[in-house]
Design a protein around this ligand. Structure first.
Ligand code: ATP
Ligand code: MG
Length: 420
C-alpha cells in the first residue's frame, strides 16, 4: 500500500463479507425474536439536531460533554449531531408523529451509533446497537418483559451474561439522595478526582458511575439511594423482581448501578460478562418515565434497553459458537460452447426456485473452475459440459461432504438442493 492510500476513519470498522454474513445471521435471529414478542421496527435518521441529545441525555454526561460528533451544517448554520444512541431519536419521532395517541407502543431499532471515544476492543467510534423501547406502559410487568426477552435472546445466541439490577427511585427520593451525596462528597473533598469535583453540584449521582479505581472505596461507602426510596418505587421494584423470579431469571442487585445517561428512573439493568475484558456490558436499559415530557410530549411512561452488537458477537465468538452465515446453494461451472447458454438457463431456474446460484464467469478449465467452486463456500457444484447440455441434465457434486456426484434432470437437481 502506498503512503497516500486513504484509510477508514479511526475507530470505524469495515464489515467485510465474511463478517457481514455473521451480522446477517445475527440480524435474522434478532428480527424473528422481536417479531415473536410483538415489537415493531422503526427507522429514524442518523443525523439529528444537537439540542435533542443535549435535552434527552443531559448536558453533564460523558456522551454530551465529550463523545458527540457535532458539526455545523455550513449551508444553514444548524448544529447537527451524528446520533450517539437511539432512544432520543425514537422518542422524538414518537412525539413528532403522535404515535401514542391510541395507547402504548412496542418499538425497536437497529443501526450505527457514533461516539468519539478512545478505540479499543469492544469500544469503537462507530458501533451498532439493537434497541427496544416500550413506550406508554407504566407497570413493572413491562420492565420484566424487557428483561425476560433479553434472556430469551441470550439462550438463542448460546451466551450467558449475568443480570445486574437496581432502582433509581423517583424524583423526590433522588433529590433527597442528591443532597446527602453532596454533603458526603463535600466532607471528602480531598479524595475526589477531577471528574467528581466537576460533577459534585451539577450531577453528583454520576460520581457513583465513575470508572476510576481510586474512587471505588469512597463510592462504596456513599449514602445509598435504596435507603431513600418512596413506597411506590419500592413496590414497583418488588413487582419487577417477583416477575423475574417467576420466570426463573437470576439477578444480582447492584446498588451502584446508575447508568451513564440522565434520563433513567426506577428500574435500571445491565447484562454483563467477564469474558470480554474491560468492556463487559453487552446490554443496558431501564425505565425513563420523564423523557417523553422532557422532550415536549404529553407525559407518558417509557422503558427500554440497547445492546451493543459488536460486544454481543464477540461474546458469541468467545463461547465458541458460530452464528451460521448464509452460503450459496450452488456454484455453476460450465465449459463448452453449448454448455454456456444452458448453464445460464440452469442458474436462472435455480434462482427462480428460491435457491442461490453463483454462475462462474470468466471461463477456464473445469479444474480451475472447481477450485473456485470449492473456495466459494457453496454447498454444491452444478457441473455442465456439452454432454450435459445435449442431454438437458446437470452433474451435481456435493462440496461439503464426500457423497458421490450424480447426473440428473434439472428439475430433480432443484428438488434435491431444496431438500438437502
Ligand atoms: P460503557 O459504560 O461501556 O461506555 P455506556 O453506558 O456508554 O457503556 P450505553 O449508552 O448504555 O453504553 O449503550 C448500550 C450498549 O451499547 C453498551 O452496553 C455497549 O454494549 C454498547 N456500546 C456503548 N458504547 C459503545 C462503543 N463505543 N463501542 C461499542 N459498543 C458500545
Ligand atoms: Mg460510554
Amino acid at each position: 500500500m502506498s503512503n497516500n492510500t486513504i484509510q477508514s476513519v479511526r475507530g470505524m470498522n469495515d464489515c467485510l463479507p465474511d463478517a457481514a454474513g455473521i451480522w446477517q445471521g445475527f440480524e435474522a435471529i434478532v428480527r424473528d425474536w422481536l417479531r415473536r414478542y410483538g415489537y415493531r421496527e422503526m427507522r429514524t435518521p442518523i443525523l439529528e439536531h444537537t439540542g435533542l441529545f443535549k435535552r434527552a441525555i443531559g448536558e453533564v454526561t460523558d456522551i454530551v460533554e465529550k463523545e458527540m460528533y457535532t458539526f455545523v451544517d455550513e449551508l444553514n448554520g444548524e448544529s447537527l449531531t451524528l446520533r450517539p444512541e437511539g432512544t432520543a431519536s425514537s422518542v422524538r419521532a414518537v412525539i413528532q408523529h403522535n404515535l401514542l395517541y391510541d395507547g402504548g407502543k412496542r418499538l425497536w431499532y437497529t443501526g450505527p451509533m457514533f461516539r468519539h471515544e478512545r478505540p479499543q476492543k469492544g469500544r469503537y467510534r462507530q458501533f451498532h446497537q439493537v434497541g427496544v423501547e416500550a413506550l406508554g406502559f407504566a407497570g413493572p410487568d413491562t420492565d420484566a418483559e424487557l428483561i425476560v426477552m433479553c434472556a430469551d435472546l441470550w439462550k438463542e445466541l448460546g451466551i450467558a451474561p449475568t443480570l445486574q439490577l437496581n432502582t433509581l427511585g423517583d424524583h423526590a427520593s433522588r433529590q433527597r439522595h442528591r443532597q446527602k451525596l453532596i454533603a458526603y462528597y463535600e466532607a471528602h473533598a480531598d479524595s475526589l478526582d477531577e471528574d467528581a469535583k466537576r460533577r459534585l453540584y451539577s450531577n453528583p449521582l454520576r460520581i457513583l458511575d465513575s470508572k476510576n479505581p481510586a474512587m471505588q472505596a469512597l463510592n462504596d461507602a456513599a449514602p445509598k439511594l435504596m435507603d431513600e426510596l418512596e413506597d411506590e418505587a419500592l413496590a414497583h421494584f418488588d413487582g419487577v423482581q417477583a416477575l423475574l423470579r417467576a420466570s426463573g431469571i437470576a439477578f444480582e442487585i447492584n446498588p451502584r448501578l446508575v447508568r451513564g445517561l440522565d434520563y433513567y428512573n426506577r428500574t435500571v439493568f445491565e447484562w454483563v460478562t467477564d469474558q470480554l475484558g474491560a468492556q463487559g456490558t453487552v446490554c443496558a436499559g431501564g425505565r425513563y418515565d420523564g423523557l417523553i415530557e422532557q422532550l415536549g410530549g404529553k407525559p407518558a411512561p417509557a422503558a427500554g434497553f440497547a445492546m451493543g452488537i459488536e460486544r454481543l458477537l464477540a461474546l458469541v465468538e468467545a463461547g465458541g459458537r458460530a452464528i451460521p452465515a448464509p452460503v450459496a446453494d450452488a456454484y455453476v461451472v460450465h465449459a463448452g460452447e453449448a454448455a454456456q447458454p444452458f448453464a445460464w438457463q440452469v442458474a436462472a431456474a435455480l434462482r427462480c426456485a428460491g435457491l442461490s446460484a453463483v454462475l462462474h464467469c470468466g471461463g477456464g478449465s473445469f479444474k480451475s473452475q472447481m477450485k473456485k467452486a470449492d473456495a466459494s463456500g457453496a454447498r454444491y457444484a452444478v457441473i455442465i459440459g456439452d454432454d450435459e447440455a445435449a442431454a438437458q441434465q446437470v452433474t451435481l457434486k456435493p462440496l461439503r461432504d464426500t457423497a458421490e456426484q450424480t447426473r440428473v434432470e434439472v428439475a430433480l437437481a432443484i428438488d434435491y438442493l431444496k431438500r438437502t
